[in-house]
Ligand binder design. Structure first.
Ligand SMILES: [Fe+2]
Ligand SMILES: [Fe+2]
Length: 245
């Protein structure tokens, strides 16, 4: 990236960032919108485009560039670890891909309903079975399946408390998934979806999955976010997460 000579946008002015409300409301964090709007002048504008505080994305970003330059370290380690476990067990490309992608929404976009958001992100680019498995892994994580040795995750007791009640929509969607022909694809994602609080055991580089991604992800020639698929705007939001609009 060091040979990147593209100029930074809005040069010479302070670029103010107004955090997206979805990550702020309810947290007690101050809403700075009023004072930031009041401080606009010819030296202060709202940020639009590349933020120098973030690694700069290539002009034509690939899927794995988001692992390299945008997703948080915990998410990257978790996704690469899940995919590696599936691969080591000899699972199909669809299962390994679904493992590699299952939590990408957590990486840089949205945590709530991450399975649903993640499925929409990748749906234009992957086999429908892969997107389906990503969508339904979220609900199936709460549902044991003794036949394949899947139990309610110990980590969820710690995340949510032992008395957490699974909401009705997740129970409904898990029941739907259980009776679907692709059930086992999503179920296998939950089997390899092991969250270690101190998971440093398996260091995997995103490059390791280049060939798998080349076979199973229809990378747009313009770059993710710069094509015109139904989810391009979601990838752009991760490229420019601090845009005012
Ligand atoms: Fe997940
Ligand atoms: Fe996960």
């Amino acid at each position: 990236m060091s040979d990147d000579t593209r100029p930074w946008p809005q040069a010479g002015r302070e670029r103010m960032i107004l955090p997206s409300p979805i990550g702020r409301i309810g947290t007690g964090a101050h809403d700075p919108e009023a004072e930031l709007v009041a401080s606009m002048d010819d030296q202060h504008v709202f940020m639009m485009g590349d933020n120098p505080a973030l690694p700069r994305m290539p002009e034509k970003p690939t899927l794995l560039d988001f692992y390299r330059y945008r997703f948080g370290a915990i998410t990257v380690r978790h996704l690469l670890g899940a995919a590696k476990r599936a691969l080591d067990d000899g699972r199909s490309d669809h299962v390994v891909m679904a493992c590699l992608l299952h939590d990408i929404s957590n990486g840089c976009l949205l945590r709530p309903d991450h399975g649903y958001w993640g499925a929409q992100l990748v749906a234009p680019y992957v086999d429908p079975e892969v997107a389906w498995a990503i969508k339904y892994h979220q609900a199936l994580r709460y549902v044991p399946d003794a036949a394949v040795g899947y139990r309610y995750p110990e980590s969820y007791h710690r995340f949510f408390g032992p008395d957490y009640q699974v909401p009705a929509y997740l129970q409904r969607d898990a029941e739907y998934a259980r009776n679907h022909p692709w059930y086992m694809t999503a179920r296998l994602v939950t089997l390899y979806d092991i969250y270690f609080f101190d998971d440093t055991a398996q260091e995997v580089n995103p490059d390791f999955f280049e060939a798998l991604v080349a076979r199973n992800f229809r990378q747009p020639a313009e770059g993710l976010g710069h094509d015109d698929s139904p989810s391009s705007h979601m990838w752009r939001t991760m490229i420019w997460p601090n845009n005012f609009l």
